[in-house]
Design a protein. Structure first.
Lengths: 210, 305
């Protein structure tokens, strides 16, 4: 892997599937990270621009709210800037900033759960997704099921199914045993399956009574 | 929809859908905020490439600091004794240090002196200990500058690992008593443990103390050896959320498993086998200086009227 200081390379490498056998984590513009570690604010802002979309998407998927995702991302990036000199291996920047962001999202989601136990589920905004497999009812049930999960379970689901980390990588990221990650994944899958099954039963009952 | 693979596929599709463009204002806000936020500088003595001469200068400076502090703090005619294991502390040495406790900040270097801190525990405990110069403070442990293997950590333990290399938890999990944990530590493969001896820190905090050695034939490198699964209450929100801590390169240690107001607290010190006598004495002195205040005893059950 070669590292080049280039907007296109830094951006595109993260978003495209890496070459076979390559680890996307090493696709870091090392120059930018090292410059930011030395206090170069413009280098850090460049890093934010290159990786911001992905980080924002992660935050939104954990928190399920655009404003909260923005707040969490801003807080996480400021923490990342503050603590960046302590990052020993610049090649691990992406995993490291994912950890910072995930911890901020979990903390924020925990506060939200304490503040508002009853969450009103709003209709899903925006156009339908890329796959017609998911109907509106499915999405609604997924949204309800997801919001019932603990913040830790939400984070693990997103890191696994959206970012693509394996349980061992997530364990390293969050600083918990791999068994704990598998346990959270198992519970989250079971809860989401129950949510979808409930929707299926409702649909069947509605159909039979019609 | 009942198949797990279906659920996972649905989740992947569902999560792929949603906003994926960061609003531009985030960049502006972050740029503004970091312009006012100072970076935490990495401590120079944490670098692995520290030269021998620098280490020598740091060691001499540390010795000088210790000497100056000892000269300034100790009353005339009193020599700085070091409480060894099993020694009976005098009334003077067991009392709270008269000097005002220093403010504990982590991560960072600790000035020589006495600290009273809750570390990052999420439960209301306070720990008081005295360190010489040359030590650093972290979230739940203190360690010798440049040598993280020589450390003292303060933890709440949920369970021990039946397989310390793969961090496989013991099943069923260890009980909540001091004796249960001491027994469980003795069953960890690849670990030789001394017989636990009863200790009583200050007449109110009792427990056991034991020593241990990680055997070379443990089956995993010491750097991948993990003793136990920590309680998340050992950490505040936002800090690392519990889990296993590797034993770095240290393969020897002593631990005190204590009952503090009904809560099982573990204080452990570790060192490398190559640590010399004076270095071990320094560690032991810190270990012996530790005092713990818990949240207070649980209220006794009241008889029914």
């Amino acid at each position: 892997v070669t590292f080049q200081r280039s907007v296109d390379v830094g951006y595109r490498y993260w978003w495209t599937t890496p070459p076979t056998g390559a680890n996307p984590v090493v696709m870091v513009d090392r120059d930018l990270v090292e410059a930011a570690q030395r206090g170069d604010q413009s280098a850090f802002v460049d890093l934010v621009r290159f990786r911001g979309d992905k980080l924002f998407a992660i935050a939104h998927r954990i928190l399920r709210d655009v404003d909260r995702a923005e707040d969490a991302l801003q807080d996480a990036l400021v923490i990342a800037w503050r603590d960046l000199p302590g990052l020993r291996d610049p090649d691990r920047f992406d995993a490291w900033v994912h950890r910072v962001l995930t911890n901020v999202c979990i903390a924020q989601a925990s506060r939200e759960r304490r503040r508002a136990v009853d969450i009103r589920i709003l209709p899903v905004d925006g156009p339908p997704g890329p796959d017609e497999f998911l109907g509106i009812a499915d999405r609604d049930q997924l949204e309800r099921g997801f919001r019932r999960l603990t913040p830790d379970e939400r984070a693990v689901l997103v890191l696994h199914h959206y970012v693509g980390y394996g349980p061992t990588e997530i364990a390293d990221l969050l600083g918990v045993p791999a068994g704990t990650v598998r346990s959270r994944l198992h519970h989250a899958h079971r809860a989401m399956r129950a949510a979808l099954d409930a929707e299926a039963r409702t649909a069947v009952a509605g159909g039979s009574s019609a | 929809m009942n198949q797990r693979s279906d659920v996972e596929r649905v989740l992947s599709l569902w999560l792929a859908d949603g906003p994926s463009i960061m609003p531009d204002r985030v960049v502006d806000v972050v740029a503004d905020r970091i312009s006012r936020e100072r970076q935490r500088r990495r401590l120079p003595w944490r670098h692995n490439d520290m030269t021998l001469s620098l280490k020598l200068v740091a060691a001499i400076a540390a010795v000088l600091v210790i000497a100056v502090v000892a000269w300034a703090v100790l009353p005339p005619g009193r020599s700085p004794g070091v409480g060894g294991q099993g020694s009976t502390p005098s009334p003077e040495s067991s009392s709270r240090p008269s000097a005002t406790p220093l403010t504990y900040r982590w991560p960072g270097a600790l000035a020589a002196g006495t600290y009273t801190t809750s570390l990052v525990w999420d439960v209301p405990f306070t720990f008081t200990f005295t360190v010489p110069g040359g030590w650093e403070g972290y979230d739940i442990e203190i360690s010798r500058a440049g040598d993280p293997t020589r450390s003292v950590e303060f933890v709440l333990v949920d369970n021990v690992f039946a397989d310390p290399c793969a961090t496989t938890a013991m099943d069923p999990a260890v009980g909540s008593s001091v004796a249960a944990l001491a027994d469980a530590v003795g069953t960890i493969p690849g670990l030789d443990m001394t017989e636990p001896t009863p200790i009583d820190l200050d007449g109110a905090t009792s427990g056991v103390e034991l020593g241990y050695v990680l055997r070379v034939d443990a089956g995993c490198a010491p750097a991948t050896f993990s003793l136990w699964d920590l309680s998340e209450q050992s950490f505040i929100a936002g800090a690392p959320q519990g889990g296993a801590r590797k034993d770095l390169r240290a393969s020897e240690g002593r631990m005190r498993i204590l009952d503090v107001d009904g809560v099982r607290v573990v204080v452990r010190m570790t060192w490398e086998p190559s640590a010399t006598g004076p270095l071990r004495d320094e560690l032991q002195a810190i270990f012996d200086s530790i005092q713990i205040s818990g949240p207070g005893p649980s209220p006794a059950p009241q008889p029914a009227p």
